[in-house]
Ligand binder design. Sequence first.
Ligand SMILES: Nc1ncnc2c1ncn2[C@@H]1O[C@H](COP(=O)(O)OP(=O)(O)O)[C@@H](O)[C@H]1O
Ligand SMILES: [Mg+2]
Length: 408
Amino acid sequence: MSSSTAEFESVELPKDHEFRFEVPYGAIMNLKIISGTAEYFGTEIPQHVLYKFSGEKGCIYTWHLDCVIQYSGPCTYKIASDTSMVSYLDVHAMIQKKREEAAQGSKKGPKVILVGPTDVGKSSLTKCLVSWASREKHNVIYIDVDIGQGNITVPGMISALQITQPLPIGRTEIPFYTPLCYFYGGVTFSDNPLLYKNQMDNLSRDVDMRCTNSPEVSSAGFIVNTCGWIEGLGYQLIIDTIEKFHCDIILVLGNDPLYENLRSKYNKGDVTVCKVPKSSGVVVRNPDFRRKARFERFKEYFYGSLGELKPHSLTISFDDVVLLKPSLNQDSNTISLIQMRPTEELVNSVVGVSHTKEHENVMSSNLAGYLVIEKVNIAQKNITVLSPSSGPLPFKYILVGTLKWMNK
Ligand SMILES: Nc1ncnc2c1ncn2[C@@H]1O[C@H](COP(=O)(O)OP(=O)(O)O)[C@@H](O)[C@H]1O
Ligand SMILES: [Mg+2]
């Protein structure tokens, strides 16, 4: 492992090797490719373009000779030859074949899901598969049902994104996408598994509609990234996800018993269950790193990944918002929306603005965006929220869960 804080240092990256790096939170590493070619989780890195990384553990990989990287800033790195990229490209080729068959009209596009414990490389492989597909002009739908990390949007939500170009690298100034998001409002499934299932129903309905309306999207198919909880309720939710999305390619990373269970349950007819090697470079993220990663995702939403956005404090009368908490109704085993009185306990809550004007549609609607409750003024009957935009709220129904965030 080498370490440096000096101005640009050059590193030669041999063919089929990884430059595995870690940059701490609060520090920025600048990196560029000055010769040859390389990619970051499936996205090609153009030569002489400066990228910034902060609070990131990742790897730059090259398929070819003569790759030279230059970097500056505090980071630790090592050059590794024990990469899984060739196996991952084989997985991509298998999926791509299905896309091509679907594009010729003979079959449906691939519906892929990645499952396995935490820190085996599911999210990283998902990114590679999505970006490689995009580079071959197949605009897949990228679905993230991992409420713990929030790869597409902030943590606590499930979301989908129609990919139109390879995923961005490191910290980019302007995110190019607007995802479709549904509110869960916490980072633990066991708090309300029924709400999670309800929101998966919503998301799978929308994805299905998108595929029905567009032959190109249908033949490109979709890729679902899941969380690392694979036992008990976690296993049941994996089964639920596979069935709701009618997945027909199940990629299992890093856990043989899970692979055996899913293989004996699903590996028949048109469904393929594949064992995929755990990424050899994968880094175990301790609870503190995960907490910091979640914190950063919220910060990025409001302030931009490089601090380029300016959120606004809006003061809104109690009369202009309706705070709703999705709660489990034990008797009927359904989700009810409980209207909440604004109280100081809500300060620092991250809440979702429901994209509907009708109360009865809140449970089936996606989100227009997120707010943080900064202040509740009972005497003056108003709340102050941190909002990404300066105008009045577009919708008045606000979903509340257990997510909290404080910018400190
Ligand atoms: N080959 C690699 N080299 C260095 N870091 C990697 C590599 N593959 C993955 N990582 C990092 O390891 C961490 C865990 O990987 P991730 O794909 O998020 O695992 P999972 O989704 O299974 O929990 C992430 O920070 C990711 O960027
Ligand atoms: Mg993950």
